[in-house]
Design a binder for this molecule. Structure first.
Ligand code: SF4
Length: 400
C-alpha cells in the first residue's frame, strides 16, 4: 500500500454558463489532455474496452464522447479500436456504434467465434486459468472506457468490471468467474428435504433461490439476492441455509483478480481509465433493456489509476444519492434510512453488496491506490467567470 495519492480528473455535468465551452464535451477534451496520451506511440494498437450494451440496452456511453476519445488517439499516431464481447459488437449498430460513427473499427474481444483467447494463469480458488480475449491481449495500449452503473452481483459496475468480465471469453465469464462466488455459499443438503428446498425457492420474492431437484442442489443467485432474509423465516425450523457476506465478497475479489490479469498485459504508462457517470441505471448494460435512471447524472472522471478512479466514481455517486421516485418497484426492500451508512447501490441491491469491496481487493493486489486527489476541470464556478466565446448565428446551412 502506498501513502501517495493518485490524480482523478473530474468534469461535472453541471455547468456555470449556457455555452458549449462550459459543457461536458470540452471537459472530456480537457481530461484527455491531462491524462496525456503521448505515451501512446505511432503504430500502437489501442484497445478501447467498452461495454457496448445489448439489444435495447442503449444507456451506454454516448457515441459523441467515444468519437472525442478516438480522435485523441488518432492524434498520437496510434490505431484505436473498440472492443467488447462478440454479440455486443455485432449488434452495436442498433445502439449507434459503428466504425463510421465511432471513427475506428469495432472488433470482438475474443474473435468472431469467441474462441480466440490466451490461457492466463490465475490459480485462484481452485481455478487454474481464465481465457483472456485475444484481441485485448494483443493490443499495445488500453483505454478502459466505462459506463458507471449498478450491477446485480457486485452492486456496481465500472472500470474493474469492464475488464474483469468483459476482458474474457463467455465460458470464462459464466463458467469460471461467476461460479467462484458460489464456493462460499452455505446450504446443508442433508438437513434439507426436496420439499423444503422447493418451499425455500418459493419464499424468495426475487427468484434468487435456484433448486435443481434431480441433483438436489440449491444455490442463491447473488445477482438477484437483495439479502432481504425472508427465506430464513421459512428456514427457521430447519436451519439449512445461510445468507452470508462471504459469497458476495468473493465475487468482488474475483473481479479484482481477473482485472489484474488484463492490466498486467499493458505497460503502466499505456493504461488509461475514463468513467462516465451518465444514465446511471440499477443494473448492468448487458441486460439488454432500457432502465430507469436511479442516480442523477454526475459527469466524467479520468485517471491513470484504476483503483483511484473507481473509488472516486463511487464517492461521487454516493454524493449524488438516489432518485427515490425512479427506483423500480421490484426492489421491495430498499433501505432509505438516512442514518444507515450505505452506498446508494447497497440501498437497492442489499447491504452485502458493498461496491467498494472490489477496489479494496484491487488495492491489496497492487493495482492502484484508493487515496486520490479529485481535480475538477472547468468547474461551474470557473466557467461562470469566463466570458463565453462569441458564437456566430448560422444564417445558412454550413454542412460542418
Ligand atoms: S435473502 Fe431474500 S432475496 Fe436473498 S435468497 Fe433469501 S429471500 Fe431471496
Amino acid at each position: 500500500m502506498t501513502t501517495e495519492t493518485s490524480k482523478v480528473y473530474f468534469g461535472s455535468i453541471q455547468h456555470g454558463k449556457i455555452g458549449e465551452f462550459a459543457s461536458l464535451g470540452p471537459k472530456v477534451d480537457k481530461i484527455v489532455e491531462l491524462l496525456d496520451f503521448t505515451s501512446i506511440k505511432a503504430g500502437d494498437k489501442v484497445a478501447i474496452k467498452m461495454h457496448l450494451g445489448y439489444n435495447s440496452g442503449y444507456q451506454t456511453i454516448p457515441v459523441y464522447f467515444v468519437r472525442q476519445i478516438v480522435k485523441a488517439v488518432h492524434k498520437t499516431g496510434g490505431y484505436p479500436f473498440i472492443t467488447d464481447n462478440p454479440t455486443s459488437v455485432y449488434n452495436a449498430v442498433d445502439r449507434g456504434y459503428t466504425q463510421e460513427t465511432c471513427g475506428c473499427p469495432l472488433i470482438p474481444v475474443a474473435g468472431v467465434k469467441d474462441k480466440y483467447t490466451y490461457e492466463t494463469k490465475v490459480n485462484f480458488r481452485g481455478v487454474e486459468n481464465f481465457d483472456m480475449g485475444g484481441v485485448l491481449h494483443d493490443a499495445d495500449a488500453l483505454i478502459d472506457l466505462s459506463h458507471a452503473k449498478g450491477h446485480g452481483a457486485s452492486g456496481y459496475g465500472g472500470a474493474i468490471k469492464n475488464l474483469a468480465l468483459g476482458g474474457y471469453s463467455r465460458p470464462t465469464r459464466w463458467a469460471k468467474i461467476h461460479p467462484i462466488a458460489y464456493q462460499a455459499q452455505r446450504w446443508d443438503s442433508k438437513k434439507c428435504t426436496p420439499e423444503h428446498a422447493k418451499e425455500l425457492a418459493k419464499s424468495c420474492g426475487y427468484n434468487a433461490i435456484q433448486y435443481d431437484e434431480k441433483k438436489h442442489k440449491l444455490i442463491i443467485d447473488i445477482h438477484e439476492c437483495t439479502q432481504c432474509m425472508e427465506c430464513l423465516e421459512t428456514d427457521r425450523d430447519v436451519g439449512c441455509l445461510e445468507i452470508n457476506q462471504e459469497s458476495f465478497t468473493l465475487f468482488q475479489e474475483t473481479l479484482a483478480v481477473a482485472a489484474k490479469q488484463v492490466l498486467e498485459r499493458f505497460d503502466k504508462d499505456k493504461r488509461f481509465f475514463i468513467n462516465f457517470m451518465l444514465q446511471i441505471t440499477p443494473y448492468c448494460d448487458c441486460l439488454g433493456m432500457a432502465q430507469p435512471v436511479v442516480v442523477p447524472e454526475v459527469g466524467v472522471v479520468g485517471s491513470r489509476d484504476i483503483v483511484a478512479i473507481e473509488t472516486a466514481t463511487l464517492d461521487l455517486i454516493a454524493k449524488a444519492g438516489l432518485i427515490e421516485k425512479s427506483i423500480p418497484p421490484y426492489f421491495k426492500h430498499v433501505n432509505l434510512d438516512p442514518s444507515a451508512d450505505l452506498h446508494p447501490f447497497q440501498r437497492i441491491h442489499g447491504p452485502m453488496k458493498n461496491p467498494y469491496l472490489a477496489t479494496e481487493f484491487a488495492e491489496k493486489l497492487g493495482m492502484g491506490n484508493r487515496k486520490y486527489d479529485l481535480v475538477e476541470v472547468l468547474s461551474p464556478e470557473e466557467t461562470m467567470k469566463i466570458e463565453p466565446p462569441k458564437t456566430k448565428i448560422e444564417r445558412q446551412p454550413t454542412f460542418f
